[in-house]
Design a protein around this ligand. Structure first.
Ligand code: FAD
Length: 218
């Protein structure tokens, strides 16, 4: 973890990030890579007691890969990639009619640059290695109070913190988003999450039964 808060590099702007998921960790790494570190004191507050490496795969699309490069993560992530992204067209989706055992090919969707897939744990660990600032586990955000020149943050464990910029990266059920809305637009329908009615079905296919062109391509 990089130290961006040392005495020699006196912090000026206090940034508090709530949530150390993929989003919070990426933001911290990006702030570290893109900003003048002397001017930032970054604190990340995570409710969990440990950053658990859970999940299966996660795919980064070409546009996201450009961001990866811009925030200096490319070298660390390439070790997990069998075929690095390039500028040539690749099949990123194959549309098939799948209501029978063999299925029927319908259409290939091509895109310049490869979709790069990772085990989620590898991506998360890489982001953790690039975290800029201090990570505080066991800190579940509960509320905030905006004062004239700073923000007071309260956590469920009874502690408090102060910052100049408060950023909610606490996931789809964000407590921070709810707090902001309750304080500023209490009548908003978005104060409480509403299911959109859209569902996604996902399935896993053993790689041994896949035909050779698809193995190790995505
Ligand atoms: C099955 C599945 C497959 C997916 N595949 C892909 C993919 O291939 N590519 C892709 O780009 N995206 C994919 N996604 C979406 C992606 O996983 C999410 O968009 C991403 O994880 C969101 O990251 P996040 O950091 O915003 O939230 P989260 O990952 O939910 O992280 C939020 C963090 O905040 C913490 N937190 C919550 N509340 C508080 C609180 N009050 N105080 C402090 N901390 C708190 C949580 O413990 C957690 O660590 C997939 C999602 C699913 C479900």
């Amino acid at each position: 973890m990089k130290d961006c808060t040392s005495e020699q590099r006196r912090p000026k702007i206090r940034v508090a990030i709530i949530g150390a998921g993929i989003g919070g960790l990426s933001l911290s790494a990006a702030l570290g890579a893109l900003s003048n570190e002397d001017k930032l004191e970054i604190n990340i507050y995570e409710s969990a007691s440990v950053i658990a490496e859970v999940g299966t795969g996660i795919s980064l699309w070409p546009r996201t890969w450009e961001v990866v490069k811009a925030i200096n993560l490319e070298k660390s992530l390439l070790q997990f990639v069998s075929q690095p992204p390039d500028k040539s067209p690749h099949v990123v989706f194959q549309m098939r009619k799948g209501d029978q055992k063999e299925g029927i090919f319908v259409h290939n969707i091509l895109m310049e640059g490869r979709v790069v897939s990772f085990h989620r744990a590898d991506l998360q660990q890489t982001l953790l290695n690039h975290v800029c600032g201090s990570l505080h586990l066991n800190h579940r955000f509960s509320s905030f109070e905006e004062l004239d020149d700073e923000v007071n943050i309260r956590f469920d464990n009874g502690t408090t913190a102060k910052c100049d910029i408060l950023i909610g990266m606490d996931g789809i059920k964000s407590t921070l988003r709810k707090s902001v809305l309750q304080q500023n637009i209490p009548s908003s329908e978005s104060v409480n999450l509403v299911w959109s009615g859209t569902m996604v079905y996902r399935g896993l296919v053993g790689h041994l039964i896949m035909s050779p062109p698809w193995i190790k391509t995505r």
